[in-house]
Design a protein around this ligand. Structure first.
Ligand code: UDX
Length: 436
Protein backbone atom coordinates (compact mmCIF):
# COMPACT_ATOMS: atom_id res chain seq x y z
CA UNK A 1 0.00 0.00 0.00
CA UNK A 2 0.96 3.66 -0.31
CA UNK A 3 1.50 5.13 3.17
CA UNK A 4 2.22 8.67 4.38
CA UNK A 5 3.70 9.28 7.83
CA UNK A 6 3.38 12.66 9.53
CA UNK A 7 6.25 13.26 11.93
CA UNK A 8 9.69 11.66 11.69
CA UNK A 9 10.72 11.18 15.32
CA UNK A 10 11.61 7.73 16.64
CA UNK A 11 8.02 6.54 16.18
CA UNK A 12 7.36 8.05 12.75
CA UNK A 13 10.69 7.29 11.11
CA UNK A 14 11.03 3.80 12.58
CA UNK A 15 7.46 2.98 11.54
CA UNK A 16 8.07 4.37 8.04
CA UNK A 17 11.26 2.38 7.58
CA UNK A 18 9.58 -0.72 8.99
CA UNK A 19 6.59 -0.39 6.65
CA UNK A 20 8.94 0.14 3.69
CA UNK A 21 10.89 -2.99 4.68
CA UNK A 22 7.58 -4.85 4.40
CA UNK A 23 7.17 -3.63 0.83
CA UNK A 24 4.89 -0.63 1.31
CA UNK A 25 5.63 2.65 -0.48
CA UNK A 26 6.22 5.25 2.21
CA UNK A 27 6.36 9.05 2.17
CA UNK A 28 7.58 10.60 5.42
CA UNK A 29 6.45 14.17 6.07
CA UNK A 30 8.18 16.66 8.32
CA UNK A 31 8.04 20.46 8.62
CA UNK A 32 11.84 20.63 9.00
CA UNK A 33 13.64 20.82 5.62
CA UNK A 34 16.93 19.65 7.15
CA UNK A 35 15.30 16.51 8.55
CA UNK A 36 13.67 15.83 5.16
CA UNK A 37 17.01 16.24 3.37
CA UNK A 38 18.77 14.05 5.90
CA UNK A 39 16.24 11.22 5.44
CA UNK A 40 16.42 11.47 1.62
CA UNK A 41 20.19 11.15 1.96
CA UNK A 42 19.63 8.05 4.10
CA UNK A 43 21.05 9.74 7.18
CA UNK A 44 18.64 9.19 10.08
CA UNK A 45 18.09 12.36 12.16
CA UNK A 46 17.77 10.17 15.27
CA UNK A 47 19.90 7.32 16.60
CA UNK A 48 18.26 3.89 16.75
CA UNK A 49 20.02 0.53 16.50
CA UNK A 50 19.92 -0.75 12.87
CA UNK A 51 18.01 2.28 11.55
CA UNK A 52 20.80 3.71 9.38
CA UNK A 53 21.38 0.48 7.47
CA UNK A 54 17.70 -0.16 6.85
CA UNK A 55 16.97 3.47 5.94
CA UNK A 56 19.72 3.31 3.31
CA UNK A 57 18.17 0.16 1.82
CA UNK A 58 14.62 1.50 1.59
CA UNK A 59 15.70 4.92 0.29
CA UNK A 60 17.99 3.35 -2.35
CA UNK A 61 15.19 1.01 -3.42
CA UNK A 62 12.84 3.97 -3.75
CA UNK A 63 10.44 2.49 -1.20
CA UNK A 64 10.80 5.45 1.17
CA UNK A 65 11.16 9.17 0.56
CA UNK A 66 10.65 12.29 2.65
CA UNK A 67 9.03 15.64 1.92
CA UNK A 68 7.71 18.80 3.54
CA UNK A 69 4.72 18.68 1.16
CA UNK A 70 2.01 17.10 3.33
CA UNK A 71 -0.73 17.82 0.83
CA UNK A 72 1.11 16.02 -1.95
CA UNK A 73 1.94 13.09 0.35
CA UNK A 74 -1.72 12.60 1.30
CA UNK A 75 -2.76 12.91 -2.34
CA UNK A 76 -0.33 10.19 -3.42
CA UNK A 77 -1.11 7.69 -0.64
CA UNK A 78 -4.05 5.60 0.61
CA UNK A 79 -3.44 5.89 4.34
CA UNK A 80 -1.82 8.46 6.63
CA UNK A 81 -0.30 7.67 10.06
CA UNK A 82 0.01 10.67 12.39
CA UNK A 83 3.11 10.19 14.56
CA UNK A 84 3.74 13.59 16.14
CA UNK A 85 4.61 14.10 19.82
CA UNK A 86 2.04 14.57 22.59
CA UNK A 87 4.14 15.84 25.53
CA UNK A 88 2.87 16.51 29.06
CA UNK A 89 1.32 19.78 30.15
CA UNK A 90 1.91 21.12 33.70
CA UNK A 91 -1.29 19.46 34.99
CA UNK A 92 -0.28 16.09 33.48
CA UNK A 93 -2.72 16.26 30.58
CA UNK A 94 -1.35 15.81 27.06
CA UNK A 95 -0.38 18.81 24.94
CA UNK A 96 -2.29 18.18 21.69
CA UNK A 97 -1.07 21.30 19.85
CA UNK A 98 1.24 19.39 17.50
CA UNK A 99 -1.32 16.71 16.63
CA UNK A 100 -4.04 19.33 16.16
CA UNK A 101 -1.85 21.23 13.71
CA UNK A 102 -0.90 18.07 11.82
CA UNK A 103 -4.55 16.98 11.68
CA UNK A 104 -5.64 20.38 10.34
CA UNK A 105 -3.15 19.98 7.48
CA UNK A 106 -4.34 16.43 6.82
CA UNK A 107 -7.95 17.63 6.85
CA UNK A 108 -7.19 20.24 4.18
CA UNK A 109 -5.39 17.63 2.11
CA UNK A 110 -8.30 15.17 2.33
CA UNK A 111 -10.67 17.96 1.33
CA UNK A 112 -8.77 18.27 -1.95
CA UNK A 113 -8.81 14.52 -2.55
CA UNK A 114 -11.58 12.58 -4.29
CA UNK A 115 -10.44 9.05 -3.45
CA UNK A 116 -11.16 7.40 -0.13
CA UNK A 117 -8.39 7.95 2.44
CA UNK A 118 -7.73 6.64 5.94
CA UNK A 119 -6.23 8.64 8.79
CA UNK A 120 -4.62 6.63 11.60
CA UNK A 121 -3.39 8.14 14.86
CA UNK A 122 -0.23 6.45 16.11
CA UNK A 123 0.67 9.21 18.56
CA UNK A 124 -0.15 8.41 22.18
CA UNK A 125 -3.45 10.16 22.90
CA UNK A 126 -5.85 9.70 25.82
CA UNK A 127 -9.11 7.78 25.26
CA UNK A 128 -11.66 9.96 23.47
CA UNK A 129 -9.09 12.09 21.63
CA UNK A 130 -9.12 10.33 18.24
CA UNK A 131 -12.91 10.00 17.88
CA UNK A 132 -13.38 13.41 19.54
CA UNK A 133 -10.86 16.18 18.85
CA UNK A 134 -9.14 14.52 15.87
CA UNK A 135 -12.39 13.48 14.19
CA UNK A 136 -13.88 16.96 14.58
CA UNK A 137 -10.83 18.60 13.01
CA UNK A 138 -10.88 16.13 10.11
CA UNK A 139 -14.61 16.75 9.52
CA UNK A 140 -14.15 20.53 9.68
CA UNK A 141 -13.57 20.39 5.90
CA UNK A 142 -17.15 19.21 5.56
CA UNK A 143 -16.29 15.59 4.72
CA UNK A 144 -17.71 12.86 6.95
CA UNK A 145 -15.82 10.05 8.67
CA UNK A 146 -17.14 6.68 7.60
CA UNK A 147 -18.42 8.10 4.31
CA UNK A 148 -15.63 10.19 2.77
CA UNK A 149 -12.69 8.92 4.78
CA UNK A 150 -11.70 6.31 7.35
CA UNK A 151 -10.35 6.80 10.87
CA UNK A 152 -8.20 4.55 13.06
CA UNK A 153 -5.93 4.39 16.09
CA UNK A 154 -2.86 2.12 16.04
CA UNK A 155 -0.69 2.61 19.15
CA UNK A 156 3.05 1.94 19.18
CA UNK A 157 4.87 -0.03 21.86
CA UNK A 158 8.41 0.94 20.88
CA UNK A 159 11.22 1.17 23.42
CA UNK A 160 13.90 3.76 22.70
CA UNK A 161 17.16 2.17 21.61
CA UNK A 162 15.44 -0.99 20.37
CA UNK A 163 12.56 0.68 18.52
CA UNK A 164 13.26 -0.94 15.14
CA UNK A 165 13.31 -4.43 16.66
CA UNK A 166 10.13 -3.68 18.58
CA UNK A 167 8.45 -2.46 15.37
CA UNK A 168 9.56 -5.38 13.19
CA UNK A 169 8.98 -8.03 15.84
CA UNK A 170 6.07 -6.77 17.97
CA UNK A 171 4.37 -8.76 20.74
CA UNK A 172 1.07 -7.64 19.28
CA UNK A 173 -0.48 -5.18 16.85
CA UNK A 174 -3.46 -3.22 18.16
CA UNK A 175 -5.83 -1.87 15.50
CA UNK A 176 -8.63 0.48 16.51
CA UNK A 177 -11.03 1.44 13.72
CA UNK A 178 -14.05 3.70 13.36
CA UNK A 179 -15.74 1.19 11.07
CA UNK A 180 -15.16 -2.16 9.35
CA UNK A 181 -13.60 -0.58 6.27
CA UNK A 182 -11.07 1.34 8.39
CA UNK A 183 -10.21 -1.73 10.44
CA UNK A 184 -9.81 -3.95 7.38
CA UNK A 185 -7.60 -1.43 5.59
CA UNK A 186 -5.27 -1.01 8.58
CA UNK A 187 -5.16 -4.81 8.95
CA UNK A 188 -3.98 -5.00 5.34
CA UNK A 189 -1.05 -2.71 6.16
CA UNK A 190 0.10 -5.28 8.75
CA UNK A 191 -0.80 -8.39 6.70
CA UNK A 192 2.86 -9.46 6.37
CA UNK A 193 3.65 -8.92 10.07
CA UNK A 194 3.87 -12.16 12.02
CA UNK A 195 2.29 -11.07 15.31
CA UNK A 196 -1.09 -11.39 17.05
CA UNK A 197 -3.43 -8.68 15.72
CA UNK A 198 -6.07 -7.34 18.06
CA UNK A 199 -8.80 -5.50 16.16
CA UNK A 200 -10.99 -3.27 18.29
CA UNK A 201 -12.62 0.14 18.52
CA UNK A 202 -10.69 3.40 18.68
CA UNK A 203 -11.03 4.19 22.39
CA UNK A 204 -10.07 0.68 23.44
CA UNK A 205 -6.92 0.99 21.32
CA UNK A 206 -6.07 4.32 23.00
CA UNK A 207 -6.61 2.79 26.44
CA UNK A 208 -4.54 -0.34 25.71
CA UNK A 209 -1.51 1.88 25.12
CA UNK A 210 -1.91 3.84 28.37
CA UNK A 211 -2.74 0.78 30.40
CA UNK A 212 0.32 -1.08 29.09
CA UNK A 213 2.68 1.73 30.05
CA UNK A 214 0.97 2.36 33.36
CA UNK A 215 1.24 -1.33 34.26
CA UNK A 216 4.93 -1.50 33.26
CA UNK A 217 5.59 1.59 35.40
CA UNK A 218 3.60 -0.01 38.23
CA UNK A 219 5.75 -3.14 38.05
CA UNK A 220 8.86 -0.96 38.44
CA UNK A 221 7.48 1.02 41.38
CA UNK A 222 6.27 -2.23 42.95
CA UNK A 223 9.80 -3.65 42.67
CA UNK A 224 11.16 -0.44 44.18
CA UNK A 225 8.73 -0.60 47.12
CA UNK A 226 9.64 -4.27 47.74
CA UNK A 227 13.31 -3.27 47.52
CA UNK A 228 12.88 -0.85 50.44
CA UNK A 229 11.54 -3.69 52.60
CA UNK A 230 14.32 -6.07 51.47
CA UNK A 231 16.99 -3.51 52.38
CA UNK A 232 15.72 -3.45 55.94
CA UNK A 233 15.49 -7.22 56.41
CA UNK A 234 18.78 -8.31 54.81
CA UNK A 235 17.37 -9.68 51.54
CA UNK A 236 18.37 -9.00 47.91
CA UNK A 237 15.21 -7.96 46.05
CA UNK A 238 16.73 -9.20 42.76
CA UNK A 239 16.86 -12.73 44.16
CA UNK A 240 13.25 -12.31 45.28
CA UNK A 241 12.12 -11.09 41.83
CA UNK A 242 13.96 -14.00 40.17
CA UNK A 243 11.64 -16.26 42.14
CA UNK A 244 8.52 -14.14 41.63
CA UNK A 245 9.18 -13.71 37.89
CA UNK A 246 9.13 -17.47 37.28
CA UNK A 247 5.36 -17.33 37.69
CA UNK A 248 4.02 -17.36 34.10
CA UNK A 249 1.35 -14.88 35.18
CA UNK A 250 3.97 -12.35 36.33
CA UNK A 251 7.21 -12.81 34.31
CA UNK A 252 10.54 -11.30 35.38
CA UNK A 253 10.74 -8.21 33.10
CA UNK A 254 10.29 -4.74 34.54
CA UNK A 255 10.79 -5.92 38.11
CA UNK A 256 14.31 -4.47 38.42
CA UNK A 257 14.60 -2.13 41.41
CA UNK A 258 16.80 0.92 40.90
CA UNK A 259 16.71 4.74 40.94
CA UNK A 260 13.32 4.58 39.19
CA UNK A 261 11.94 4.97 35.67
CA UNK A 262 12.61 7.88 33.34
CA UNK A 263 12.07 8.44 29.64
CA UNK A 264 9.57 10.37 27.54
CA UNK A 265 6.77 7.85 28.04
CA UNK A 266 6.23 6.25 31.43
CA UNK A 267 6.11 9.47 33.50
CA UNK A 268 4.07 11.29 30.81
CA UNK A 269 1.62 8.44 30.23
CA UNK A 270 1.00 7.67 33.89
CA UNK A 271 0.36 11.38 34.57
CA UNK A 272 -1.96 11.63 31.55
CA UNK A 273 -4.15 8.66 32.53
CA UNK A 274 -4.20 9.86 36.14
CA UNK A 275 -5.32 13.25 34.88
CA UNK A 276 -8.07 11.62 32.81
CA UNK A 277 -9.19 9.69 35.89
CA UNK A 278 -9.28 12.90 37.94
CA UNK A 279 -11.32 14.63 35.24
CA UNK A 280 -13.86 11.83 35.71
CA UNK A 281 -13.75 12.07 39.52
CA UNK A 282 -11.80 8.81 39.85
CA UNK A 283 -9.04 9.06 42.48
CA UNK A 284 -6.45 6.70 40.86
CA UNK A 285 -4.56 6.27 44.15
CA UNK A 286 -2.42 3.45 42.70
CA UNK A 287 -1.16 5.63 39.82
CA UNK A 288 -0.52 8.40 42.34
CA UNK A 289 1.58 5.97 44.39
CA UNK A 290 3.48 4.73 41.32
CA UNK A 291 4.58 8.30 40.59
CA UNK A 292 5.31 9.11 44.24
CA UNK A 293 7.50 6.01 44.74
CA UNK A 294 9.32 6.92 41.52
CA UNK A 295 9.97 10.45 42.78
CA UNK A 296 11.46 9.10 46.03
CA UNK A 297 13.83 6.50 44.57
CA UNK A 298 16.55 8.93 43.39
CA UNK A 299 16.56 10.58 46.84
CA UNK A 300 16.77 7.15 48.47
CA UNK A 301 19.68 6.28 46.17
CA UNK A 302 21.68 9.21 47.56
CA UNK A 303 20.61 8.27 51.13
CA UNK A 304 22.14 4.81 50.61
CA UNK A 305 25.43 6.52 49.73
CA UNK A 306 25.15 8.90 52.69
CA UNK A 307 24.60 5.95 55.03
CA UNK A 308 27.94 4.51 53.87
CA UNK A 309 29.99 7.69 53.48
CA UNK A 310 28.51 9.92 56.14
CA UNK A 311 28.22 13.62 55.37
CA UNK A 312 28.64 14.11 51.59
CA UNK A 313 29.69 17.76 51.98
CA UNK A 314 32.87 18.40 50.03
CA UNK A 315 33.13 14.78 48.88
CA UNK A 316 33.92 13.92 45.21
CA UNK A 317 31.03 11.83 43.91
CA UNK A 318 30.91 10.55 40.33
CA UNK A 319 27.66 9.74 38.52
CA UNK A 320 28.19 7.26 35.70
CA UNK A 321 25.18 7.34 33.37
CA UNK A 322 23.17 10.54 32.76
CA UNK A 323 20.60 9.42 30.14
CA UNK A 324 17.33 7.80 31.26
CA UNK A 325 18.71 4.43 30.15
CA UNK A 326 21.64 3.09 28.18
CA UNK A 327 21.63 3.06 24.36
CA UNK A 328 20.22 6.57 23.91
CA UNK A 329 21.23 10.23 24.27
CA UNK A 330 17.76 11.02 25.70
CA UNK A 331 17.77 12.60 29.18
CA UNK A 332 14.00 13.21 29.43
CA UNK A 333 12.91 12.48 33.02
CA UNK A 334 16.29 10.84 33.65
CA UNK A 335 16.72 9.77 37.28
CA UNK A 336 20.25 11.18 37.06
CA UNK A 337 18.82 14.69 37.36
CA UNK A 338 17.23 14.34 40.84
CA UNK A 339 20.24 12.28 41.94
CA UNK A 340 22.68 15.04 40.94
CA UNK A 341 20.41 17.72 42.43
CA UNK A 342 20.30 15.82 45.74
CA UNK A 343 24.09 15.38 45.75
CA UNK A 344 24.60 19.09 45.10
CA UNK A 345 22.12 19.98 47.85
CA UNK A 346 24.22 17.93 50.25
CA UNK A 347 27.36 19.80 49.20
CA UNK A 348 29.01 17.00 47.21
CA UNK A 349 31.38 17.84 44.35
CA UNK A 350 29.84 16.00 41.39
CA UNK A 351 31.46 14.67 38.23
CA UNK A 352 29.21 13.28 35.51
CA UNK A 353 29.94 10.94 32.63
CA UNK A 354 27.80 9.39 29.91
CA UNK A 355 28.80 7.94 26.51
CA UNK A 356 26.12 9.98 24.66
CA UNK A 357 24.14 12.09 27.10
CA UNK A 358 26.59 14.74 28.36
CA UNK A 359 25.74 17.43 25.81
CA UNK A 360 22.04 17.23 26.65
CA UNK A 361 22.62 16.90 30.42
CA UNK A 362 25.09 19.79 30.63
CA UNK A 363 22.44 22.06 29.10
CA UNK A 364 20.27 21.36 32.15
CA UNK A 365 23.06 21.21 34.76
CA UNK A 366 26.12 23.15 33.53
CA UNK A 367 27.61 23.51 37.02
CA UNK A 368 29.03 20.02 37.58
CA UNK A 369 32.27 18.62 36.13
CA UNK A 370 32.01 16.47 33.04
CA UNK A 371 34.67 13.91 32.25
CA UNK A 372 35.75 12.69 28.82
CA UNK A 373 36.19 9.10 29.95
CA UNK A 374 35.16 6.73 32.71
CA UNK A 375 38.73 6.72 34.02
CA UNK A 376 38.83 10.51 34.21
CA UNK A 377 35.38 10.52 35.82
CA UNK A 378 36.46 8.08 38.55
CA UNK A 379 39.85 9.69 39.28
CA UNK A 380 40.09 10.66 42.97
CA UNK A 381 36.37 10.02 43.47
CA UNK A 382 35.25 9.05 46.97
CA UNK A 383 32.17 7.29 45.61
CA UNK A 384 30.41 6.60 42.34
CA UNK A 385 26.78 5.94 41.45
CA UNK A 386 26.00 3.93 38.31
CA UNK A 387 22.63 5.36 37.20
CA UNK A 388 21.99 3.67 33.84
CA UNK A 389 22.79 0.45 32.03
CA UNK A 390 25.20 1.41 29.21
CA UNK A 391 27.31 -1.58 28.15
CA UNK A 392 30.40 0.56 28.90
CA UNK A 393 29.49 0.27 32.59
CA UNK A 394 28.65 -3.43 32.63
CA UNK A 395 32.17 -4.13 31.28
CA UNK A 396 33.86 -2.41 34.25
CA UNK A 397 36.04 -4.60 36.43
CA UNK A 398 37.91 -4.17 39.72
CA UNK A 399 40.96 -2.56 38.09
CA UNK A 400 38.82 0.21 36.56
CA UNK A 401 38.06 1.52 40.04
CA UNK A 402 41.73 1.69 41.09
CA UNK A 403 41.86 5.43 40.30
CA UNK A 404 39.23 6.20 42.94
CA UNK A 405 40.36 7.71 46.24
CA UNK A 406 37.73 5.74 48.14
CA UNK A 407 36.26 2.73 46.32
CA UNK A 408 32.57 3.01 47.18
CA UNK A 409 30.49 1.90 44.17
CA UNK A 410 26.69 2.15 44.22
CA UNK A 411 25.52 -0.01 41.31
CA UNK A 412 22.06 1.50 40.73
CA UNK A 413 21.16 -0.76 37.81
CA UNK A 414 22.96 -3.94 38.88
CA UNK A 415 25.19 -3.85 35.79
CA UNK A 416 28.33 -5.10 37.58
CA UNK A 417 29.15 -8.65 38.61
CA UNK A 418 29.91 -8.15 42.31
CA UNK A 419 31.76 -11.48 42.46
CA UNK A 420 34.31 -10.18 39.93
CA UNK A 421 35.11 -7.04 41.93
CA UNK A 422 38.20 -6.79 44.14
CA UNK A 423 37.59 -7.06 47.86
CA UNK A 424 38.63 -3.50 48.63
CA UNK A 425 35.72 -2.20 46.58
CA UNK A 426 32.78 -1.41 48.86
CA UNK A 427 29.93 -2.52 46.60
CA UNK A 428 26.49 -1.05 47.27
CA UNK A 429 23.26 -1.47 45.35
CA UNK A 430 19.57 -0.66 45.62
CA UNK A 431 17.33 -3.26 47.17
CA UNK A 432 20.04 -5.30 48.83
CA UNK A 433 19.85 -5.75 52.59
CA UNK A 434 22.76 -5.49 54.99
CA UNK A 435 23.98 -2.09 53.80
CA UNK A 436 25.39 -1.26 57.26
C1 UDX B 1 8.72 2.44 27.35
C2 UDX B 1 7.95 1.15 27.10
O1 UDX B 1 8.79 0.03 27.43
C3 UDX B 1 7.54 1.07 25.63
O2 UDX B 1 6.79 -0.10 25.39
C4 UDX B 1 6.70 2.31 25.30
O3 UDX B 1 6.27 2.29 23.94
C5 UDX B 1 7.51 3.56 25.58
O4 UDX B 1 7.94 3.59 26.95
P1 UDX B 1 11.16 3.38 27.00
O5 UDX B 1 10.65 4.49 27.84
O6 UDX B 1 11.87 3.67 25.74
O7 UDX B 1 9.90 2.39 26.61
O8 UDX B 1 12.19 2.54 27.88
P2 UDX B 1 12.12 1.28 28.83
O9 UDX B 1 13.16 0.35 28.35
O10 UDX B 1 10.75 0.79 28.98
O11 UDX B 1 12.62 1.90 30.26
C6 UDX B 1 11.90 2.94 30.83
C7 UDX B 1 12.55 3.30 32.16
O12 UDX B 1 12.28 2.28 33.13
C8 UDX B 1 14.07 3.44 32.11
O13 UDX B 1 14.45 4.57 32.89
C9 UDX B 1 14.57 2.16 32.78
O14 UDX B 1 15.81 2.35 33.43
C10 UDX B 1 13.48 1.91 33.79
N1 UDX B 1 13.33 0.50 34.19
C11 UDX B 1 13.02 -0.43 33.26
C12 UDX B 1 13.48 0.17 35.54
O15 UDX B 1 13.77 1.01 36.39
N2 UDX B 1 13.30 -1.13 35.92
C13 UDX B 1 12.98 -2.11 35.01
O16 UDX B 1 12.83 -3.27 35.41
C14 UDX B 1 12.84 -1.74 33.63
Amino acid sequence: MKISIIGTGYVGLVSGVGFAKHGHEVICVDIDEDIVDSINNAIPPIYEEGLEELLEKVVDSGKLSATTDLQGAVEKTDITFICVGTPSREDGSIDTSAIESATEDVSEAIDEKNDYHIVVVKSTVTPGTTDGLIKSILESSGKKVGEDFGLGMNPEFLREGVALDDFLDPDRIVIGGWDEKSRETIKRVYESFDAPKLVTDIRTAEMIKYTSNALLATKISFANEMSRICEEVGIDVYDVMDGVGLDHRIKRDFLNAGPGFGGSCFPKDVKAIKNLAKKNDIKAELLEAVLFINSQQPIHTVEILEKKLGDLKGKNVTVLGLTFKGGTDDIRETRALPIVESLLEKGAKVTGYDPKGMDNFSEVIPSINYADSIEEALKDAEACIIQNDWDDFSKLEGKDFEVMKNKVVLDGRRVLDEEKLDKEIKYLSIGKGGLD
